[in-house]
Design a binder for this molecule. Structure first.
Ligand SMILES: C[S@@+](CC[C@H](N)C(=O)[O-])C[C@H]1O[C@@H](n2cnc3c(N)ncnc32)[C@H](O)[C@@H]1O
Length: 215
């Protein structure tokens, strides 16, 4: 299995400056992706006025921009990709959000102890990039004061076959980064075991999009 350190270096190589610029241009033209838009729709049911958020693996920052525009006071973006972080930081600067945002490079399980406990944590298409879903989700459940929203892929034989193609792609590129398909039932059970209740869920094929609330 890829170590977390290798995994994060691989993520930094793959989600690079060029990818970040391309995705940012797409965001400016078309807005958030369908999956991200569904997380936003789930959070729209909440009163986020005065609340804080950590967006893990925030990419170009679409969730953070929505949060700040709609009354959220503070966001932190923890990402293993320097390219994405830089792009997100430029956008925050252009919108005068320097005082409300933080951009931290690293593995969220290392960074969590060093920053504030937020009301919301989001992990949009991140768990599938992480070798040990139990570790990242248990740490996230502990860190959030109230809500965790995430998107992750459906499991099953077809998903595993697609993952196999993904692995081959990264091996050919000599990149230690690997995609992961984690068992859906175990992900859901883990939230229950950590004192959370699923309050919203949708399927944006092939992604599960779910919001959990601390009981
Ligand atoms: C597929 S991208 C998704 C980006 C964005 N959330 C979106 O939906 O467009 C996955 C992101 O997770 C980040 N990532 C992967 N493992 C991470 C970790 N352990 N800690 C922080 N970020 C991580 C990667 O660097 C990358 O930016």
């Amino acid at each position: 299995m890829t170590t977390i350190k290798e995994h994060c270096c691989g993520a930094d190589l793959f989600f690079n400056k060029k990818t970040a610029r391309k995705e940012y241009r797409k965001y400016v033209r078309k807005g958030p992706s369908k999956v991200t838009a569904r997380i936003i729709q789930q959070l729209e049911n909440q009163n986020i006025e005065g609340k804080s958020m950590i967006d893990v693996g925030g990419g170009i920052g679409a969730l953070q921009w929505w949060f700040l525009k709609n009354g959220g006071t503070q966001t932190a973006d923890i990402d293993a990709s320097s390219g994405y972080l830089k792009q997100a930081q430029i956008h925050a600067g252009e919108n005068g959000w320097q005082d409300k945002t933080q951009f931290i490079m690293g593995d969220c399980t290392d960074i969590y102890p060093k920053i504030y406990n937020p009301d919301y944590i989001t992990l949009d298409k991140v768990v599938c990039c992480y070798p040990n879903f139990k570790e990242i989700l248990a740490a996230t459940c502990k860190k959030s004061k109230k809500y965790v929203s995430l998107s992750y892929p459906m499991d099953g034989i077809i998903a595993q076959a697609i993952r196999g193609i993904g692995i081959l792609f990264f091996m050919l590129k000599q990149n230690p980064f690997r995609p992961y398909i984690h068992p859906v039932k175990e992900i859901r059970d883990l939230f229950t075991q950590n004192g959370y209740k699923r309050v919203l869920n949708n399927l944006v094929f092939p992604w599960h999009v779910e919001t959990y609330c601390k009981i």
